[in-house]
Design a protein around this ligand. Structure first.
Ligand SMILES: NC(=O)c1ccc[n+]([C@@H]2O[C@H](COP(=O)([O-])OP(=O)(O)OC[C@H]3O[C@@H](n4cnc5c(N)ncnc54)[C@H](OP(=O)(O)O)[C@@H]3O)[C@@H](O)[C@H]2O)c1
Length: 266
């Protein structure tokens, strides 16, 4: 799985923006982005349609990620949801297909459907999102080993995942996909500590926030932007290597949790 992807939440919501969003995704692919993250929820299928249009003729080499609603997590619901996503994205398979957040359908049913999708080649891997430790442990044991990902709310200012979810995933080789890695461009990007590190690297605050996540073991980032210049800037975070001084200053400004705490959610 590529370490860097482009998020698409808030895309596909307005027909007037469709053409621009398609152009942005095509530019992102030209710039070297290979992972696109979406969900049937985003624009109620609209974001997947934007992707479907943008990737025509260039599906090869891309890593497409989508997610299904918990209310579609039944045996038949997952299959139908996946068929809908494939239709909207105009492609034959999804690389990684995830349950968007924990729901009330027994997970044994959900995973049975995910295996069927995998065996028939409609998905390459399956995973979960917004799963706390208890949620992860309620996954049938054989499937825990096969999880392709846990997509979680994770950024410098929100390190809840580090308490127990990240260690669980690391022990099993399950990648973490950090969503809202820029904390949705909130106060994190105004932090003096981040600014100081950024200055030493002639980088932006967003790049430091992404470089810090990329420094964490087994972690993928999926910042969202509809501005090509920002996508280019965010991609360049892959070139930044934070040193011990940087990491310790960021740690002091944004300490890891010191007690059990549930994952946040956006
Ligand atoms: N699994 C889940 O439950 C879940 C939940 C939330 C998000 N996600 C996924 O994760 C992706 C990313 O998370 P997110 O969209 O919530 O938040 P984010 O990526 O942390 O932040 C996106 C915001 O930051 C701005 N931005 C992007 N690059 C910037 C830069 N270099 N400098 C300053 N501002 C910048 C964007 O504005 P512009 O677009 O105007 O550039 C946008 O307002 C989503 O798009 C979605 O695919 C998953």
């Amino acid at each position: 799985m590529p370490a860097f992807g482009l998020g698409t939440w808030r895309m596909g919501e307005h027909p007037d923006h469709f053409g621009h969003e398609v152009d942005v995704l095509r530019t992102a692919l030209d710039l070297g982005v290979t992972l696109l993250d979406t969900a049937e929820m985003y624009g109620e299928g609209g974001a997947e349609e934007v992707i479907g249009e943008a990737i025509q003729g260039r599906r090869d080499g891309l890593f497409l990620v989508s997610k299904f609603y918990p209310h579609n997590a039944s045996r038949n619901g997952v299959i139908e949801a996946c068929e809908g996503s494939l239709r909207r994205m105009n492609c034959d398979y999804v690389d990684l297909y995830m349950l968007h957040w924990p729901g009330s359908v027994p997970l044994a049913q959900t995973f049975e459907a995910l295996h069927e999708l995998k065996d028939s080649g409609r998905i390459r891997e399956f995973g979960v999102s917004n799963f706390n430790l208890g949620d992860l442990e309620s996954i049938p044991e054989a499937d825990q080993q096969q999880l392709g990902c846990n997509q979680v709310f994770y950024n410098l200012a929100h390190r809840e995942v580090e308490w127990e979810v990240a260690p669980w995933c690391q022990q099993r080789g399950v990648p973490l996909m950090a969503y809202s890695p820029l904390d949705q461009a909130g106060s994190l990007l105004q932090s003096p500590a981040v600014a100081e590190v950024a200055e030493r690297h002639s980088a932006s605050a967003a790049q430091v926030a992404l470089a810090w996540l990329l420094h964490q073991p087994n972690t993928v980032v999926i910042p969202k932007s509809v501005r090509p210049e920002r996508i280019k800037e965010n991609l360049a975070a892959m070139e930044i290597n934070l040193n011990e001084q940087d990491l310790s200053e960021l740690d002091n400004a944004f300490p890891a949790p010191a007690q059990a705490v549930r994952l946040g959610m956006r």
